[in-house]
Design a protein around this ligand. Structure first.
Ligand SMILES: CC(C)(COP(=O)(O)OP(=O)(O)OC[C@H]1O[C@@H](n2cnc3c(N)ncnc32)[C@H](O)[C@@H]1OP(=O)(O)O)[C@@H](O)C(=O)NCCC(=O)NCCS
Length: 293
C-alpha cells in the first residue's frame, strides 16, 4: 500500500484523523480522531487526540489528548504532557476539561499542563514546569507550580508602529496584526492631537481615549505618546530605555518613513505592510458626512 506523504516513519496508528498538507509525522505515533494543520512536524512516540494548528513543531513523546486545542506556530518540546480529565479515575465516568495554547507559544521539554488552562500568545513555558494556571501572553513561566519570571529582552522580537488611531476600525487592527506577524512584542506610538493636525484633521476621538482603546487591543503590548512625525527620537528614547527594537512599521502608502536610517543603524529594518485602502478613517469620516448630513 502506498504510504501517505505525511507518514515519514513506520508504525503510525491513525484512527479517523485529519492531517494537513506538508505535515510530517515520525515513527510510532498514535493519531486518535485528531486534527493537525499544515506544515507541522510531529516527533516519534507521540499521541495526539486534540486539535493542532498550522506550522507547529511537536517534539518526541508528546501527549496531546482530546480537549487540547493548539493554535498555529506553537512549539512543544519533547515529553510535554497535556491532560484532559481533572479528577481521573480508572472506573466510571470521566469528563473533558479543555486546554488552549495560543498562537506562537513555546512549551519546553517535559512540561506538564493541567487541563483547564490557557497558555497565552508568544509565551514560553520553561522545561520541566507544571502549569496549573493561565499563562499570560508573552510571559515566561518556570517551576512547579509554574510562575512568571522576568522576560529577558533577548527572547523578544520588538517592533514599533505608530498611528493616529482615530475612530478605531478594522484597518487599524489589520495593520497591527500584520506587524505582529514579524514581532512578538508590539509597541504602538499614538500621535497627539497637535501632531495629527499638522498633516490631517483634528481627531474626532480625544487623545486619551485613542490611547486607551489602542492599548486595550490584544495585539498591542505597549503604547507611547508621540509628538514628532520623525520616529528617530522615539526609537532613540526606547533604545535608551533598554528596548532592542528590530522593526519599524508603517503602511506602504508612505514612501519615506523618517526613522528608517536610525532603525537600520541599530540592526533593525523598516517593514511596510500593505495599506488597507478599503477601511480607513478618512473614508469613514466621508461616509458619515455624506450619509448623515
Ligand atoms: C525558561 C528559560 C527560557 C529561561 O531562560 P533564561 O531567560 O536564559 O533564564 P535564566 O537561565 O537566566 O534563569 C532565570 C531564573 O529562572 C530559573 N529558571 C530558568 N529556567 C528554569 C526552568 N526551566 N525551571 C525552573 N527554573 C528555571 C533560573 O534558575 C534562574 O533563577 P535565579 O534567578 O533564581 O537564578 C529556559 O531556562 C528554559 O527552560 N528553556 C526551555 C528549554 C527547552 O525545553 N527547550 C525545548 C527544546 S529541546
Amino acid at each position: 500500500m502506498k504510504k501517505p506523504k505525511w507518514m515519514k516513519g513506520e508504525g503510525i496508528i491513525n484512527t479517523d484523523s485529519k492531517v494537513g498538507r506538508g505535515t510530517k509525522i515520525w515513527h510510532y505515533v498514535i493519531l486518535f480522531k485528531c486534527k493537525i494543520g499544515k506544515n507541522c512536524i510531529v516527533g516519534s512516540h507521540s499521541e495526539i487526540g486534540g486539535i493542532v494548528g498550522d506550522n507547529c513543531k511537536i517534539g518526541h513523546g508528546v501527549f496531546i489528548p482530546r480537549g487540547a486545542e493548539i493554535e498555529d506556530e506553537v512549539f512543544i518540546g519533547p515529553k510535554a504532557c497535556f491532560t484532559n480529565d481533572r479528577f481521573p479515575k480508572a472506573v466510571g465516568d470521566w469528563s473533558i476539561t479543555p486546554t488552549y495554547v495560543r498562537k506562537g507559544a513555546s512549551i519546553g521539554a517535559n512540561v506538564t499542563i493541567r487541563c483547564g488552562v490557557t497558555i497565552g500568545r508568544n509565551s514560553l513555558v520553561g522545561c520541566g514546569a507544571v502549569v496549573t494556571k493561565d499563562v499570560p501572553d508573552n510571559a515566561v513561566v518556570v517551576g512547579n507550580p509554574a510562575r512568571p519570571i522576568e522576560r529577558k529582552l533577548e527572547h523578544m522580537k520588538v517592533g514599533y508602529a505608530f498611528v493616529v488611531g482615530d475612530l478605531l476600525h478594522c484597518g487599524h487592527l489589520n495593520f497591527f496584526e500584520e506587524c505582529r506577524k514579524h514581532c512578538n512584542f508590539l509597541i504602538v506610538g499614538v500621535y497627539t492631537d497637535e501632531l495629527a493636525m499638522t498633516y490631517k484633521r483634528k481627531p474626532i476621538i480625544t487623545f486619551n481615549h485613542r490611547l486607551r482603546l489602542i492599548s486595550a487591543l490584544r495585539v498591542v503590548d505597549m503604547v507611547v505618546t508621540v509628538g514628532n512625525k520623525d520616529c528617530t527620537p522615539m526609537l532613540k528614547k526606547l533604545t535608551k530605555a533598554g528596548w532592542k527594537i528590530s522593526f519599524l512599521f508603517h503602511g506602504d502608502d508612505w514612501k519615506h518613513v523618517k526613522g528608517t536610517k536610525y532603525i537600520e543603524s541599530i540592526g533593525g529594518r523598516l517593514i511596510q505592510p500593505k495599506y488597507f485602502k478599503e477601511t480607513n478613517t478618512t473614508m469613514i469620516v466621508k461616509k458619515i458626512r455624506s450619509e448623515h448630513n
